[in-house]
Design a protein around this ligand. Structure first.
Ligand code: F6R
Length: 357
């Protein structure tokens, strides 16, 4: 039930800190160690490469998961859009492990891949919010994201829950290989839950940005680099699916290869800036679009004096910023849709679970 909320989407955005705390509990044993089925641990240990298969928002969580698996656990990882993989299979490694990420566990494109994977005899793991779902029943192993039922068509808490579970998995896989991960997943997730809460308390600000930037625009661009690039893809998807504004996420350095031609006086550009090694580059990209007339909104871990609106994120480990930087993007999308009189929870042409190919 929606309770005091007008929309499930806003309720589900607000639930994210609780979901993260719940995940910490579910994946921890009495000693504070990570709790994971030994069979899942060995499946990961035995794999020479992980193939993450997903669609939409879950694919965006997969992009972040790849970074964690490769950078923390040093396991080569590929991420594929399910519907592409299904009809255009890449060259596979000798001992692949397939990881399906799916909120509903019913996405037909993913199931198509799983059926083929099983024919080849390759092992599979489903990460889902619905443990009894098709993808969960048919895969060898399941990890539950514990986000609770997600009703709004636009996925919010399921996405952050997927990334949280995958960060625990990456941490655990690093440990299993004797690698010291750069962060303690459980501790960081605790800080992330607090950071999410602090951002959810700034709804007035997000609403004002949605009104100022999105109220009557035709399009909106999101830019980021490295991990932030994956987040802006998700931010753009959120905005386009519920507000019908043409929204696109771009890698900051790609602007000059074409996209910057679209920037005119008043074009909204939202930049996410959380990765220290590329902060200078992306801030340069922000200056480039501002010089061409863009209205820039900067979501960053450090307050600066640059022109434009600023949302400052509470500090969390740089490997896990997507769990936090997505909150303002979700809220901005919500208020943009609200002010444009769109059906926030049930956008046109979309279904919550896509059971046809
Ligand atoms: C976007 C959205 C979709 C789903 C996609 C995959 O907000 O909800 O892009 O993420 O249809 O669905 P699942 O995760 O159920 O496989």
């Amino acid at each position: 039930e929606k309770g005091t909320y007008n929309h499930f989407m806003l309720k589900e955005i607000d639930e994210q800190p609780f979901v993260i705390r719940n995940i910490i509990q579910k994946y921890q044993n009495e000693n504070g160690d990570i709790k994971l089925e030994p069979e899942i641990r060995s499946a990961i240990r035995e794999a020479d490469r992980l193939y993450i298969i997903a669609a939409g928002t879950s694919y965006h969580a997969g992009l972040v998961a790849k970074e964690l698996m490769e950078k923390e656990a040093k396991i080569p990882t590929e991420v594929h859009i399910a519907s592409e993989f299904l009809y255009n299979e890449p060259l596979l490694s000798k001992k692949p492990l397939f990881i399906f990420i799916s909120q509903s566990g019913e996405t037909a494109d993913c199931r198509g891949v799983l059926v083929n994977v099983k024919k080849h005899g390759f092992p599979s793991l489903t990460i889902t919010n619905v443990p009894g779902s098709t993808l969960s029943r048919e895969a060898d192993f399941t990890l539950h994201t514990y986000a609770g039922p997600e009703i709004a068509v636009a996925s919010t808490k399921a996405y952050t829950a997927q990334m949280a579970v995958l960060s625990i998995l990456a941490m655990d896989s690093a440990r299993a290989k004797g690698i010291d991960a750069r962060f303690n997943a459980m501790q960081e997730l605790g800080l992330i839950a607090n950071a999410m809460e602090a951002l959810c308390d700034q709804k007035d600000k997000m609403e004002q940005i949605a009104r100022d930037y999105m109220y009557d625009t035709r399009n909106c661009f999101f830019i980021g680099r490295a991990l932030d690039y994956h987040v802006v893809l998700e931010g753009a998807l959120k905005l386009k699916e519920i507000s019908y504004i043409q929204a696109e996420g771009f890698a900051g350095g790609e602007l000059k290869h074409g996209t910057i031609a679209l920037i005119e006086e008043g074009t909204p550009v939202v930049a996410v800036v959380t990765q220290p090694h590329v902060n200078g580059n992306i801030r340069g990209n922000v200056q480039e679009v501002i010089a061409r007339g863009a209205n820039a909104c900067i979501i960053s871990t450090e307050a600066t004096e640059e022109k434009g609106d600023h949302i400052v994120l509470p500090e969390v480990h740089e490997c896990l910023t997507p769990l936090v930087s997505i909150i303002p993007l979700q809220l901005i999308a919500y208020y943009a849709a609200l002010h444009r009189d769109c059906d926030v929870d049930k956008p046109r042409n979309l279904a919550k679970s896509v059971t046809v190919e």
